[in-house]
Design a protein around this ligand. Structure first.
Ligand SMILES: NC(=O)c1ccc[n+]([C@@H]2O[C@H](COP(=O)([O-])OP(=O)(O)OC[C@H]3O[C@@H](n4cnc5c(N)ncnc54)[C@H](OP(=O)(O)O)[C@@H]3O)[C@@H](O)[C@H]2O)c1
Length: 270
């Protein structure tokens, strides 16, 4: 789909990656519906987009919503169905994480991570299918992660959520392959946003893990949206490790287990 024909809902729009998605999309002629919980942050983002980019104010709308709450989600769907410019692209980018070994992560946080990262994209996709089917062309883009292909210590719930999201994207893409709706999966590697706490950033530095800028990720999103690809992974070593993890997981385990003392130290488990 051409970017200028894209009318996208972006969940997690006020996040580090979501903001750059919104900016790159509107600068290329798309319209966006920004979704997050914090209304003030949405107002500020809309204003920034309108001020920074030479765009029409109608290109940017917002809706504040806790996506984990089913009633709020239902209100979002009703709002989308009534929009004068019909939405044709769902970008599931809202995400949550906590760097902790399983013994330390609260049960409530595990539930939040699975609900926001996995269940919400599935339920939003289902609720919007009838609407998307009516559009000449439509796309569902799920923002996964390298951790949707590599299980990494300290991120077990997050990895579970992204593995499931990748499986969902693959299955739904095949299910809808003969329809007007394309399902896509973008997997960024570590990216400089608030999702990564200072100890994650310091650990990545010590372990020589590269971190991208949110702009790099947004550029890859534009590439994926306008291509026929159904999946795009960011970062060459991460792509190789993901493939290797499928065919020779014991090799990848060996490399990661060497890092375990460092990972445990940064997770507060000395
Ligand atoms: N940063 C990375 O290293 C990295 C790497 C690979 C993949 N990713 C994925 O990329 C996506 C974006 O991540 P990010 O780094 O931009 O995260 P971020 O900066 O922490 O932003 C998270 C976004 O999600 C929204 N959000 C959180 N809980 C919500 C809820 N219950 N309902 C609605 N919105 C909610 C937040 O806004 P409110 O708080 O206002 O709701 C914010 O807009 C995520 O799916 C993440 O898993 C990130």
């Amino acid at each position: 789909m051409k970017i200028e024909h894209t009318h996208a809902i972006i969940t997690g729009a006020t996040g580090g990656i979501g903001q750059r998605f919104a900016q790159h999309l509107v600068e290329n002629g798309a319209s966006v519906l920004l979704v997050a919980r914090d209304t003030q942050a949405l107002i500020v983002l809309k204003q920034q987009l309108v001020n920074q980019s030479d765009i029409n104010e109608e290109q940017v709308n917002f809706f504040s919503c806790d996506l984990i709450d089913s009633e709020q989600r239902a209100r979002l769907i009703t709002y989308i169905e009534k929009m004068s410019t019909p939405v044709n692209t769902l970008i599931n980018a809202a995400g949550d994480n906590q760097f902790s070994f399983l013994e330390d992560i609260p049960e409530r946080k595990i539930e939040q991570i699975i609900k926001l990262n996995t269940l919400t994209p599935i339920l939003l996709s289902k609720a919007l299918l009838p609407h998307l089917e009516k559009q000449p062309q439509a796309q569902i883009v799920n923002i996964g992660s390298t951790f949707g292909s590599i299980g990494y210590p300290g991120f077990s719930s997050y990895c579970a959520s992204k593995y499931a999201l990748r499986g969902f994207s693959e299955a739904l893409g095949r299910e809808l392959s003969q329809t007007n709706i394309k399902v896509k999966y973008l997997s960024p590697r570590a990216t400089n946003t608030q999702l990564n706490t200072d100890n994650i950033v310091a650990m990545n530095k010590e372990l020589n893990v590269a971190m991208d800028s949110p702009d790099d990720v947004a550029q890859q999103l534009l590439h994926l949206l306008s291509s026929d690809k159904s999946e795009l992974a960011i970062g060459l070593p991460e792509k190789i490790f993901s493939k290797l993890n499928q065919v020779m997981p014991s090799l990848v385990s060996k490399a990661i287990i060497k890092q375990l003392p460092t990972i445990r130290r940064y997770a507060g488990l000395v």
